[in-house]
Design a protein around this ligand. Structure first.
Ligand code: C2O
Ligand code: CU
Length: 499
């Protein structure tokens, strides 16, 4: 509403009001980092791995004088880490006990649209939804979270989110191979998930859901939680530790870096491992994006994982709400004796190989804070029909002066260029969510197919949207269907309505 009424001037004014949080040095790092448990599962006679998740109410200690009412899966806040292997059949039985209709979306997963958990797969209070599919993609760090239309920000912020880790028997992300060592892969020891979120707490401990810190990008909080822990430290016990970073915030972009500017190895992006490790000093993650990094420590060392102001190369002159904040995230404390780690594998995975010359179609998506291509999300409108077996190029841009990002369900895509320039190392791997800053067009190439088990007659849509959840909820979302080869690609409904 702020944007619609006031336009750009109000946007800038509000941005400046919110620009300073500056909490560097004020976090005590006095709590051990919580690590989400691995979800239990059972395997049925036909090999299906079955998980159960219950969305429930609870309360959490985030350091406020009173406990914070929160939601979680099988607990008070966040959920267990689901883990499955490429080729496996899985089923997740999700029970809704939070008293509001919700959904659970498997972010980054390649699966039939009816199993996707978008706004069409509503789970009414007191009921159980049982999606099932076959894992058919490389080792990766995916995640799950609700997706009810108009309510996603609230449900995620209350605590409904968790990781979904995929293994792949032939991948150095999972096991050592004939070609060499594996990446660190002992869960909770040298392979640690980091679900990073900012929250704003009221004096009485309740989560501020719409109040004082609301900026045009959404709610920016000044309390940083990692796996639900405020002010966390991680006791490091191995020479090299792999951290699976997830930005599960609803609006905030993090520029992760270490206080001593030590470099780290980037080994994975949204959709899996990168071709080879690259040494970086910082990595920018917008909401929904993931990165797997490997950090090397000496015995007894300490360093702090922080979020620094957004670098110039990303922000240009458009510095907006939250872009200049410094935020402490996690202290790493290396033990006096560290378990030796294998050297990093030199080759990790094949590079993305979507050939833009194969593209049958180019589509443009201009994102604003309430619409895409001028159209607000309409659950009864299909915005794009793509054909299985084909490649498309999607050109993404920001239309209204606000930063956005763009997430596509079902596929992992390849970034071709950003503002005409080659993608930076952190954007060269498989991606399902990409930053779209004002004035910088992003071109991505996507290859579509029909996941096994898709009901071809149903034409259930997948979503594409801005993953700044306030924008998504306000209407910056659209729907696409993947149809069998031969039925052709199209923009079925949108063409007559778009002006
Ligand atoms: Cu992580 Cu459509 O969402
Ligand atoms: Cu947006």
């Amino acid at each position: 509403a702020v944007l619609a009424v006031g336009g750009f001037a109000v946007f800038i004014a509000v941005s400046l009001l919110n620009a300073k949080v500056d909490t560097v040095g004020t976090v005590d790092f006095d709590r051990p980092l919580a690590v989400p448990p691995l979800a239990e599962s059972r395997v049925e006679a036909d090999g299906t791995r079955v998980f159960a998740l219950r969305m429930q109410e609870g309360e959490s200690d985030f350091g406020a004088p009173r406990p914070t009412p929160t939601w979680g899966f099988d607990g008070d806040f966040l959920g267990p880490t689901l883990r499955a292997t490429r080729g496996e059949k899985v089923r997740v039985e999700v029970t809704n006990d939070v008293g509001e209709t919700s959904t659970v979306h498997w972010h980054g997963m390649h699966l039939p649209p009816a199993m996707d958990g978008g706004p069409h797969q509503a789970i009414a209070p007191g009921t159980t939804w049982k999606p099932h599919w076959t894992i058919d993609q490389p080792a990766a760090t995916l995640w799950y979270h609700p997706h009810p239309h108009g309510e996603t920000a609230a449900h995620v912020r209350r605590g409904l989110a968790g990781m979904f880790v995929l293994d792949d028997a032939g991948s150095p992300g999972t096991t050592s191979t004939d070609d060499g060592p594996a990446l660190p892969h002992t869960y909770g020891v040298d392979d640690v998930p980091l679900i990073v979120q900012d929250v704003q707490l009221e004096d009485d401990g309740r989560l501020d859901e719409n109040g004082s810190f609301l900026s045009p990008v959404g709610l920016l909080g000044d309390t940083i939680l990692v796996n639900g822990t405020p002010g966390p430290y991680d006791e490091v016990t191995a020479e090299r530790t792999r951290y699976r970073l997830l930005n599960a915030s609803s609006a905030r972009t993090f520029t992760f870096t270490f206080s001593d500017r030590r470099s780290f190895a980037l080994v994975g992006t949204d959709g899996g491992l990168v071709e080879q490790p690259s040494q970086l000093e910082e990595i920018v993650l917008t909401p929904g994006e993931r990165a797997e990094i490997v950090v090397t420590m000496e015995p007894g060392e300490r360093t702090v994982l922080r979020s620094a102001p957004l670098p110039e190369r990303v922000a240009d002159s458009n510095r907006l709400a939250g872009d200049d904040d410094h935020l402490d995230v996690l202290e790493l404390r290396a033990a006096d004796r560290l378990t030796p780690s294998a050297p990093l594998p030199r080759r990790l995975a094949p590079a993305p190989d979507v050939d833009p010359d194969d593209a049958v179609r180019t589509r443009a998506f201009a994102v604003s804070s309430q619409a895409i291509n001028g159209l607000e999300m309409d659950m009864s409108r299909i915005d794009a029909q793509v054909e299985a077996g084909t490649t498309e190029i999607w050109e993404l841009s920001a239309r209204d002066g606000s930063p956005h990002n763009f997430h596509v369900h079902d596929v992992q895509f390849q970034v071709l260029d950003v503002d005409g320039e080659e993608p930076s190392p952190d954007q060269r791997g498989w991606k399902d969510t990409v930053s779209v800053r004002p004035g910088k067009q992003v071109r991505v190439a996507l290859r579509f197919d029909l996941p096994a088990g898709t009901d071809e007659a149903a034409d259930t849509p997948y979503m594409f949207h801005c993953h700044l959840l306030r924008h998504e909820d306000a209407g910056a979302m659209g729907q696409f269907v993947v149809v069998p080869a031969g039925r052709g690609s199209d923009t079925p409904d949108a063409s007559d309505e778009a002006s």
